[in-house]
Design a protein around this ligand. Structure first.
Ligand code: NAP
Length: 502
């Protein structure tokens, strides 16, 4: 039987939970959350799993992003699967290639890779009560009892809407579509954007290019990245005493949520501390007062996604770097024109302009009960019940869905807890012989109303900035409470929030 065949030997007239068979589960995406889903579901006894992956490798965002300087600003000893801690990370903050290698190894070691149907994009999901019909880009169809969207959040590159972008005569590409055939050495390079990605790129490439032109629309706050290389001796010690790895995992989790997360949700002391760290970093690293003034944001640190990067300020202060703060009026064959009339002549233009934060499972077309369309329900401002489910979309779950705790946290850890929640739901279906389960509209409405209320005191609203966190209704699409509360919620499902359908 191939992954796409209907299991003819099983009774399909009954829901899986009453027919005494395994639920057929489709997982869309083989990034970190898809890998976590397979490992944890298998461990819980759910083994009929098919993963659909549009690319030819696992890894998600770490496969897609390969730009110079790519590293993770969450400590690796926490940015790891809890079931596959790695004693021999080479650095405290791992480089992209090391994380990609880790994800591939975990997927192979835990039997995930063999469950993946590669090079297969899912284009449509249609609810045919109580199951889902899944259609791929090649037109193949299959029926599943449960669908888990593990597509990640930021996977659709956002290209700036700047007049003349397509007229540029040099080479232009997005940071997530890095063209490794282009040799940047000795070139005049421009980069649009000054977010986490741009800072890492500028830090890495400025020493080798002839001219580095950085087009900044808004300055960002930067904390130094306390990077260290781990010694072989220390790593051997950790390999010998795995409980130490667990201890360090928990230490980083507590450290990040009690400092950084506390600041975002309104802790004034932590906000002051974060601001001081960033201000000191800027003052120490940028001696030129004019440049420093142009790099200084006018909003609260942590309002936008905080950047941890030690290489950016030295790079932007170097003689071949130019910080351009005048707005861009257009792109021409020879370069970028700014409001002061200057044409910045370039050979290569890099677009570090971020991602569509409203994508999630989209552009896959998802049709729920009574023909409702997920894209229309979201209408450009995605929401969810506890970040994992939607009313009207039974047996459909999301990992890293809308309004989850994101930011400078370990998304691997969050996905793992979300998988635990989904497993509780499957266990409940099995115990009660349920055909389908979906949050009630009232539970969803109440949850989202409480979020909208709580979000008002967070730094994303009070901090005085604009960011990709804020949706088109002006409300941040984020979890406004302490992240550990979310993790607790994932282990205490409230079944009365759900329609339990026989
Ligand atoms: P981003 O944070 O959305 O930053 C995009 C940058 O492009 C901003 O500086 C933005 O300016 C600028 N921009 C966008 N459109 C523009 C336009 N039309 N004209 C001029 N400037 C424009 O994107 P990112 O840096 O790729 O990061 C995205 C997310 O990826 C981060 O928030 C983070 O969650 C994640 N990330 C994580 C790591 C890590 O180490 N874990 C590393 C990289 C990225 P404004 O600020 O004015 O909007």
């Amino acid at each position: 039987m191939t992954a796409h065949d209907a299991p003819a030997d099983q009774d399909q007239s009954q829901p899986w939970s009453r027919a005494g068979r395994q639920p057929r589960i489709a997982i869309i995406g083989a990034g970190m959350s898809g890998i976590a889903a397979v490992v944890k579901l298998q461990h819980a006894g759910y083994t009929d799993l098919t993963v659909y992956e549009k690319a030819d490798k696992v890894g998600g965002t770490w496969r897609e992003n390969t730009y110079p300087g790519l590293s993770c600003d969450v400590p690796s000893r926490w940015y790891s699967f809890s079931f596959a801690l790695k004693p021999d990370w080479s650095h405290r903050f791992s480089y992209g290639a090391d994380i990609q290698a880790y994800l591939e190894k975990v997927a192979a070691d835990f039997g995930v890779t063999q469950k993946v149907t590669f090079n297969t994009a899912v284009t449509e999901l249609r609810y045919e009560s109580p199951r889902w019909r899944l259609t791929t880009a090649t037109g193949e169809q299959a029926i599943y009892d449960v669908v888990i969207a593990a597509t990640g959040i930021l996977h659709q590159p956002l290209y700036p809407k700047i007049a003349g972008l397509d007229t540029f005569a040099g080479t232009a590409f997005h940071s997530a579509r890095w063209d490794h055939s282009v040799d940047l050495r000795g070139k005049r390079v421009g980069i649009i954007g000054t977010g986490s990605t741009a800072c890492q790129i500028v830090g890495a490439i400025t020493p080798q290019v002839a001219e580095m032109h950085v087009f900044q629309r808004t300055p960002h706050w930067l904390s130094p990245l306390p990077q260290i290389a781990y010694s072989a001796r220390w790593n051997r010690f950790l390999a010998r005493f795995p409980f130490m790895q667990r201890l360090i995992y928990n230490y980083y989790c507590q450290l990040m949520v009690r400092t950084f997360s506390a600041a975002t949700i309104g802790n004034k002391l932590m906000q002051r501390w974060m601001s001081q760290i960033c201000q000191k970093h800027l003052a120490d690293q940028v001696p030129d007062p004019d440049l420093r003034a142009r790099l200084t944001p006018d909003y609260q640190a942590t309002c936008k996604r905080m950047i941890f990067c030690s290489d950016y300020y030295p790079a932007i202060s170097s003689p071949n770097a130019h910080l351009i703060t005048e707005g861009i009026t257009g792109i021409e064959p020879d370069g970028v024109r700014t409001e002061d009339g200057t044409l910045h002549t370039l050979d290569v233009l890099l677009l570090a302009t971020g991602f569509d934060p409203t994508a999630f499972i989209l552009p896959t077309r998802v049709t729920g009960e009574n023909g409702i369309d997920l894209e229309k329900v979201w209408d450009g401002a995605p929401r969810a019940h506890r970040a994992v489910a939607m009313p009207g979309f039974p047996n459909f779950w999301m990992l890293e869905g809308p309004t989850g705790p994101v930011g400078n946290l370990s998304l691997i850890a969050i996905s793992e807890h979300q998988v635990d929640y989904i497993i509780s739901m499957l266990d409940r279906m099995k115990a009660d012989g349920l055909a389908a389960i979906a949050p009630t509209q009232a539970a969803y409405d109440n949850y989202n109303a409480a979020m909208r209320d709580a979000i008002k005191s967070t730094t994303w609203v009070t901090g005085g900035c604009k960011s990709w966190y804020i949706d088109k209704t002006g409300v941040p699409n984020l979890y406004p409470w302490f992240p550990l509360r979310y993790l607790k919620e994932m282990h205490n499902p409230v079944y009365s929030e759900y329609r339990l359908m026989q």
